[in-house]
Design a protein. Sequence first.
Length: 440
Amino acid sequence: MPEELQPSLERPIEASRPMLPVPGFWSRALALGIDVALLTLVFYYLAKYAFAPLHPYRAWTDLAAGLAAFAYFLVGSSRLTSGQTVGKKIVGIRVVSLDGADLDARQTILRALLIQVIIMAYFYLPHCLFFLGYVLPAQILFAVRGIRLPSTSFFVIVVTMILGYLSLAYTLANAVFCGLGPKKRSLHDLMAGTAVVRAGEESRGIEFAGAWDDLAEAKRKAATWPSVIIAGIVLILLVVTIVKAAPEIPKGLEPLKAAREDFDLPGFHVADMVGPSEETHRRYLEAVKKYEERMTSSAQTATDDGGAGTGARSAQRLEPLTTETLHFAMNGRKFVFVLECDEVLTSESLVADPRYADLARRLPALAAQLSSRFFKNEAGLAAPYTDIQIEFIESLPLYLYSSVRGVWRDVLPVAQGESSVDQVQTSHEQRRNDQRPPSP
């Protein structure tokens, strides 16, 4: 066979697609993720090693940490760092002005502010899910409702809701536009007149970002519509949530607001409170039933395997429910008060404090008062509860990271004499006796 007709065993050389001089969405997202992770790590270690000195100023630490994060991105976009934060430096990208110069003060401040909007979406996302739980079926977002809201003020709650959804709308629209746009520029790049380019390819990157033709215009329009649509969906969710959740929020916050107003022990304040709930009790009983069924099934499998199979290992992993775990379970038959300490305490100093004994006398009366006002069962009577659980915490908010330390927890008896369950049963019996016709 002639040599020119013999099949070649080598792959044909394919022309590789040239790399754009500007980074794509994922490179930029990675750089921002590194920056946020770095700031979170700094705040974490600050809370870990400087908790006690900073705790007296905790009313301002959140704001101070937020300003520090803003300053980080401000400096990271300026000529002092050649337009590179730590994340951009690692990824190998930098931000430049479209004219090739370093960013001026207006561009730097505008970019730093709009990046804070993206971080706000991360910060407020749990709150958005919380409020969305009033719109979607409760079982979908039941676990999210454990979040501690920033205030019991209706105005603050609504502002939190609006800020959360607006920042989420901007973040999602910005991500879609940056990913689909022809020049890979974000919305804050367009507003500030900047571009993010690969380090070392600034000239090519600026030329690429600044060039515009009919194809680029068509791609820009194609990227704009999905961004507008996704932002519109988030804003529609905001309106629906406000319409449906706003009337329910004050009602749901009334017990906590009343507890904070009626609790006046110096040095402590009510951070959170959960009252007895028939729905929670029903969920708890269902969970215990499923747990018992799983334990029985695992034990049966272990017996069938002769105690050496997967069933035995599964049964060993399941810790049994004890009196202690039942004591602190959210079973719907107790009051739970989360009290925040105004000073740094240890469990030993807290228990030895005279205010602790005073607290043990005050909380049962407060629980009885709240139960009669806000927590009713289907019969319209005070929902039964068997004990009062108290948890003491100390917190230090630092913008992207909030340190919450548990100090002590205990269970108080409901009251001397009858428990609230006995009182409710007695009330039911008294009502039935009152409704009976007199005997002839």
